[in-house]
Design a protein around this ligand. Structure first.
Ligand code: HEM
Length: 367
């Protein structure tokens, strides 16, 4: 049988549905007066964004399918990392694209801005889906209007958004996956207890170094000892499971105590072969979150350049609203805060030999 018998031949143009895609740039200014030259760029940029949002949703959705179980297949972690790293490359493109749009001047924008009222990126359904899938909760959102943000959409889309809000997000899935990390307790070894002791040892050594210093006078020593006291108190609060739970209940943080300890363990012992991929996964997710925030910030800067302090077509205060979202809509910041709790390798708790074997770096430890 010839290949052509099995698969119908197709032309490039049809495969990519170019008729539909290339006939979808219709400047609204042209419907009322002479089409504004810059409006084509404005439409194409937004369409390209929506296409990339579709691809990102495809990647994030597939990663979420892998993590939607009580047990995540080790093989899948490598695939998940590769897909999130792909999202990150796309995000870098999306950030760069803003420069292309900035070749349009604010005056050029005013040629057609009124024709698109009240349309706004605020109504991007795919962008909202992405935020929700990653883990942005409605309680966390900065709102500029009395009604919820999803009222921008039709009834079916509103329903979809509300059910997505109830479902597990990637944030929830990663927290639960971290909670299942097997190495936090090993026979009689409790990582959190050993880690607290290591921190206390580090703080004591730092205090002693100040007291013994020939360089500092008494006042300077006193000031530094106070600082270390504050630090010690900070570590004490953050590493206390009860205080952690209080902060969780108050909504100050979103990551559970157990998953935070697991994230610390993964960061500290990331050289262990078994923790390499989990480490890369956490890194890729943190990078993704950072890139989203960078996009928000770059978009806000562009809005300032195009509109100054004018209000948006979607009815917000424009720049000020967008800057609030930069601050408040970051999703994985608890994962970044783990860095505050890291200590130098020289103070790390010594792991029981059996645990070293489990982690797969027993021989490198021994040599
Ligand atoms: C001249 C170019 C642009 C201007 C002046 C602009 C302006 C604004 C303003 C003022 C808002 C706040 C909501 C409102 O009141 O309308 C907004 C939101 C938004 N814009 Fe743009 N925008 C531009 C280009 C883009 C592009 C190219 C995209 C890509 C898809 C985009 C996506 C969004 C999204 C997703 C939001 C919602 C942000 C949020 O609520 O967190 N915008 N835009």
């Amino acid at each position: 049988m010839k290949k052509t018998d099995k698969y119908a031949a197709i032309h490039y143009h049809d495969y990519l549905q170019l008729d539909a895609i290339l006939s979808s740039q219709i400047p609204r200014s042209g419907l009322y007066e002479n089409a504004a030259h810059e409006e084509t760029l404005f439409i194409i940029i937004h369409q390209v964004y929506e296409l990339w949002f579709k691809q990102i949703l495809h990647e994030v959705g597939s990663v979420m399918n892998m993590f939607d179980k009580d047990h995540v297949d080790e093989k899948n972690i490598g695939i998940a990392v590769a897909r999130i790293e792909r999202v990150n490359e796309i995000m870098k493109l999306l950030i760069q694209q803003i420069q292309v749009l900035e070749t349009m001047t604010p005056l050029d924008f005013l040629e057609f801005r009124n024709f698109l009222f009240p349309a706004s990126g605020f109504q991007s359904f795919q962008f909202r889906k992405l935020e929700i899938l990653l883990g942005l909760k409605i309680q966390q959102r900065f709102s500029y209007q009395s009604r919820p943000y999803y009222h921008e959409f039709d009834a079916k889309q509103q329903e979809e958004i509300q059910s997505m809000e109830q479902a597990k997000s990637l944030f929830d899935q990663i927290v639960q996956w971290l909670e299942r990390t097997p190495f936090l307790q090993f026979d009689h070894f409790h990582f959190d207890v050993a880690y607290r002791e290591a921190i206390l040892k580090m703080i004591e050594a730092e205090k002693q170094a100040i007291i013994d210093s020939d360089y500092l006078d008494d006042d300077a020593k006193q000031a530094r000892l106070v600082m270390i006291g504050v630090n010690g108190e900070y570590f004490g609060t953050v590493l206390d499971p009860i205080k952690h739970q209080e902060r969780l209940d108050a909504g100050e943080i979103r990551i559970s105590y157990k998953s935070m300890m697991a994230a610390i363990l993964i960061h500290l012992y990331r050289d262990a072969p078994i923790l390499q991929l989990p480490y890369r996964l956490l890194e890729s997710i943190t990078t993704m979150d950072e890139l989203f925030t960078t996009w928000r910030y770059r978009h806000a800067q562009m809005v300032m350049r195009m509109l100054g302090k004018k209000t948006g077509t979607g009815g917000s205060s424009g720049f000020d609203y967008l800057m609030e979202t930069v601050k408040r809509h970051q999703i994985f910041k608890d994962f970044q805060h783990v860095s505050t709790l890291l200590i130098p390798r020289s103070y790390l708790p010594v792991l029981p030999e059996k645990l070293q074997q489990e982690l797969g770096f027993y021989y490198s430890f021994k040599s």
